[in-house]
Design a protein. Structure first.
Length: 487
């Protein structure tokens, strides 16, 4: 009977054990996995579908003829493009920071589970001996005992509450990381948009300076212009070509920056068409009422605010646990002694005697941690209010500068149109017309920079409020790559 009970106990114990499974990693395998990431990943498409975002296609990489200026080489003209919403979800799916944040949640979940486990009893032997000098009734002395720890004052519940709050803070940190990834993708997307248009402007300026330099050279040869003016025009043409080369290099770097923000290689961006139509009409700035709503929502909904509040709750539970440590736990030790034919039963209760300390140091530390958590929460709250106000003022200044740049660009375009009409009528020579066009391109350059600053201001405002303003996609810690298939 004893053997059967022993077998049953061992079987139950082994059934509850978790086997170790090695999971080796290597830099080479990680590099191969990184290189294999593609935006046409079916699981990424499933994530987009679950979030109600259209999944654009990816064409075969190449450089087909007739690709319009500013379009991505290899993309199919007219196909659905990758806008900010799609690129953001791709970043949430691929970016390594998201994997780290989710792994942190799994660690916190394991700690929360461990906090709720009841301590196991321990088995020991007070004596296990054989008295060879005696033959009857038995020379054996066996004294096994068990130790059962009984936690008092709700320590287990306080410990569970603390770890549950830390688990919530870890989950809120995932949403904070998601917003940071969103900001990186958005900024890289805006930079690439501006880089494409800057290259187009630089190419147009280079062509005009080349025409102007050639015209000035011909006029100098005929004596209609002095040589220094012709040389100056030639210098401007050379500088314009250098500007084209620099803009080309910058565009390649901008493309690499977008790939890095998403968490893929540059090759993964081949064959896609980036969609910038959302930038044609940027949204209006929030008015005073809307700004108040954003501030109120941010104070309760911003991920770092929620995480700071959860950390305070964890510190509060930690203080309760420290206070409860003043009440000693009870250890019950039932024992059985088989002493050379005699059966003896015993119960040995024990508890801590608070003679030298009453856990004052532990309580003082927990109290200080709660005060620290409160200070960090108030600091986060102050920063949230200040960030929203500063971002709104910066966005307002950028919008004002944009309106001024638009007015200057309209004036330059009217001047260019008037000079072009004069050139067609014979009243203006070609260098004069080219100069007017260069002035219009310069105004277009200033307008482009003003638009970039305006969009960056809106991006900073949505980061401060953690509310999407450039699109309607809600940013959260999207499901990891290994969990999307289960949706």
């Amino acid at each position: 009977m004893a053997r059967a009970a022993t077998r049953v106990g061992l079987t139950a114990w082994l059934a509850g054990c978790v086997a170790y499974h090695p999971a080796p990693i290597s830099a080479q395998a990680g590099a191969r996995a990184f290189a294999a990431r593609r935006l046409d990943d079916p699981k990424l498409a499933a994530l987009m579908a679950a979030d109600g975002v259209a999944a654009p296609g990816v064409a075969t990489p190449g450089v087909p003829p007739g690709v319009p200026p500013g379009a991505t080489p290899g993309a199919t003209p007219g196909a659905a493009g990758w806008g900010l919403a799609q690129l953001t979800l791709a970043g949430l799916y691929f970016h390594p920071d998201m994997a780290v944040a989710r792994a942190t949640v799994r660690v916190a979940a394991g700690e929360a589970r461990a906090a709720g486990e009841i301590p196991n009893p321990t088995l020991g032997f007070e004596e296990l001996s054989v008295n060879a000098s005696r033959a009857a009734p038995s020379p054996f002395t066996v004294a096994p005992f068990l130790n059962f720890l009984i936690e008092t004052a709700g320590k287990r519940q306080d410990r569970m509450a603390r770890q549950a709050a830390l688990l919530k803070a870890a989950r809120d940190a995932v949403d904070m990381t998601a917003w940071q990834v969103r900001a990186q993708v958005r900024d890289a997307w805006l930079t690439l948009w501006a880089g494409q248009r800057i290259l187009t402007l630089r190419q147009a300026q280079a062509r005009l300076w080349q025409d102007l330099a050639a015209a000035m050279a011909r006029r100098a040869a005929l004596g209609a212009a002095d040589a220094p003016a012709a040389m100056a025009a030639q210098l401007q043409a050379l500088q314009a070509r250098a500007a084209v080369a620099a803009a080309t290099d910058d565009l390649a770097a901008d493309r690499a920056g977008l790939a890095r923000a998403i968490g893929v290689t540059e090759q993964a961006l081949e064959g896609i068409r980036l969609d910038f139509t959302a930038l044609d009409t940027p949204p209006a700035l929030p008015d005073a009422a809307r700004l108040a709503e954003l501030r109120k929502a941010a104070l309760t909904g911003r991920a770092d605010m929620r995480a700071a509040l959860a950390r305070y709750a964890a510190a509060e539970a930690g203080l309760k646990l420290a206070v409860a440590s003043q009440y000693p736990d009870i250890t019950l030790t039932p024992g059985y002694i088989y002493d050379q034919g005699q059966n003896k039963y015993a119960l040995y209760p024990s508890l801590e005697l608070p003679l030298f300390n009453q856990h004052q140091g532990e309580i003082a530390t927990a109290l200080a941690r709660r005060q620290l958590a409160a200070a960090e929460f108030l600091r986060t709250e102050d920063a949230t209010i200040a960030d929203i106000r500063a971002a709104f003022l910066a966005a307002h200044r950028a919008r004002t500068a944009l309106r001024a740049a638009r007015g200057a660009a309209r004036m330059a375009n009217r001047l260019d149109a008037a000079v072009t009409r004069g050139f067609a009528a014979g009243g203006v020579d070609r260098p004069g017309r080219d100069q007017a066009r260069l002035s219009a391109l310069g105004a277009a350059d200033a307008l482009l920079r003003a638009r970039r600053a305006d969009l960056a201001g809106l991006g900073a405002l949505e980061d401060a409020a953690q509310t999407p303003l450039l699109d309607g996609v809600t940013v959260t810690g999207a499901a990891p790559r290994d969990e999307v298939a289960a949706r």
